[in-house]
Design a protein. Sequence first.
Length: 463
Amino acid sequence: MSSTTADTVAADRPGGFVSNWLAAGWGIGSMATATMLNAPTAMLLYVLVTLIKLDPFVVGSLIFAGKMLDVVTDPPIGALSDRTQTNLGRRRPWLLGSSFACGISFALLFNIPELGPTASYIYVGFALAVFAVAYTSFQVPYMAMPAEMTDNYHQRTKIMSWRVVFMSVGNLAGAAGYGAVAKMLGGEEANRASYGEAAIYFGVFIALAMLATFFLTKRTRQTVAVSGQGDIPLRQHIRWLFENRPLVILVGTKIAIYVGVFSALTTAMFFFTRILKLDESSFFQVMGIQMLTTVLFMPVCNWLSKRIGKKPAYVLSLGGFCVLSASWLLAGPNEPVPLLMTRAVLLGMFGAGAHLYGQSMLIDTFALDHQLTGHRREGVLSASFSFVEKACMALGPFIVGTLLSLLGFDRELATKADQSASAVLAIQIGYIGIPVFCNLVSISLLKFYHLTEADLSSAGQPS
């Protein structure tokens, strides 16, 4: 049986109630992690290739290597957070310590000294390594917290809906806001120095948001490890993971979704500047409309999950997002603004469900794990999922960098100069083809996911 720390309050009420204040306090951390995640994914390859003139294949390989280091650090940090015992609980000390490292590492990543190509590659590799360890030290313990905050099926959806709200703000800040601020600082056109200056401001923003999460979750319920849990061998942990069939299926869908998401995000600036002939500010406007719609549509998503169930709502959201993503094939330099904004609104509507239901269902599988094993392994499970997420993050830039290199993308051309037909094809594959295919794979895998509220209720809690 799990136990809780002395500062347990809201989540111990009947039904595992979690106040909106507490759920929002936890959710703020997602604004920081989404910013930290999306800015390098959307902008780093673009900046290093188009402004610093580094080779796209080499840069993509360095980003891949940095993310694989990130992947390797997930399991030990997850296990360490499970075993941590302090007056602040198991997870919150990690939030406090890593917040400063995350802000500093983000600033380092985009402030690349004036060096030759070889020295630049070494610096980028080092900065990516520091960034990876800092991000993991916050993200893994952070994502272990919702499964501890409540045992209630629908309260978990409420918690994750706040995550999606703040994650949408972070997505906008990282994927488009960072580039827009860099352009504003650079004058007529963003440049190397303006991206570096913007990174310092965003690093401060990331650190402050993470610190806010630490302080605002002071009164959340936290569990402690079951006696002897630290002695469980790795082989047993892995066996339990594969025995949790809904978790395995959901991880499979997430692998497909994340490969598509990070491929599209890495290619987005290339698509907007090279094909649509728009700049960072226009990209920010489109992303802003999309993310605002996602936030506003969240109550509808909560209602829909209770009305038809999480899985059907998830499939509907992925299907709609897939169709809208494919519609980018019809877009070009003369795209009417109303059509561009309409597409952004619809993508935001379907994207709201795609984000929310997947996250909520994941936490349900964490609850099932507790019922199946009798152990509180949220840190290990969060690390396992983070492992998958970051492996896909590594693949996105690597795939796009390889495509651009193989199909003849010319990094010496001006930003809005016409690229060759093969280079345009590489951008379209990265931004449209891969995401659409991956969403279809995810929908197919969800046919085999059958975990419901009744399943969790009937299983009961382990004694």
